[in-house]
Design a binder for this molecule. Sequence first.
Ligand SMILES: Cc1cc2nc3c(=O)[nH]c(=O)nc-3n(C[C@H](O)[C@H](O)[C@H](O)COP(=O)(O)O)c2cc1C
Length: 179
Amino acid sequence: MSSTFTLAVIVGSVREGRFGPVVADWFVGQAKQRDDLSVDVIDLVDTPIPSTNFSSRIGAADAFVVVTPEYNHSYPGTLKIAIDSVGREWRAKPVGFVCYGGLSGGLRAVEQLRIVFAELHTVTIRETVSFHGARQRFDEHGVPREPDAVNVAAGALLDQLGWWARTLRHARVTTPYGA
Ligand SMILES: Cc1cc2nc3c(=O)[nH]c(=O)nc-3n(C[C@H](O)[C@H](O)[C@H](O)COP(=O)(O)O)c2cc1C
């Protein structure tokens, strides 16, 4: 079994003036330092939904990380439309979360996403990276002001995600998921 896996990072915010790309770029930078994965960044701002482009990239991935803000105690509507536009391509794959927001750090958005992704036959990863007061947590170059803790948190998330990605890919091949 190949030890590398394909990670799709989904950038969920499409709002004008959004902060999401700063968070996503940092996380993708962390992921690209590893030799156990390849990254496909799916930014919903320039990915038509629904489209075969989106569904085929979800289908090609072994694992997902959703980068989401919190809006009014939930996640962006655009993200829900994207999630709902695809079905079987999500199945029997792991989903992790990098979240950000005001006081909540996006954690309430993630709790709601876990319920949605359960319905899609995915496994959500316990380890989550959260930024509260997100704009103050990065400098003008997009570098976290306190990198040690968040870089470790990203590594823990990717370690768990990788275990599930490799294990479930093997399982999907040997025992096709029959839900
Ligand atoms: C409409 C709206 C609602 C928001 N609601 C919350 C909220 O319920 N909890 C929270 O912690 N932050 C909330 N925020 C703050 C955002 O999470 C924060 O500004 C974040 O950077 C937005 O992500 P974006 O800039 O990538 O769109 C809200 C922001 C907006 C624009």
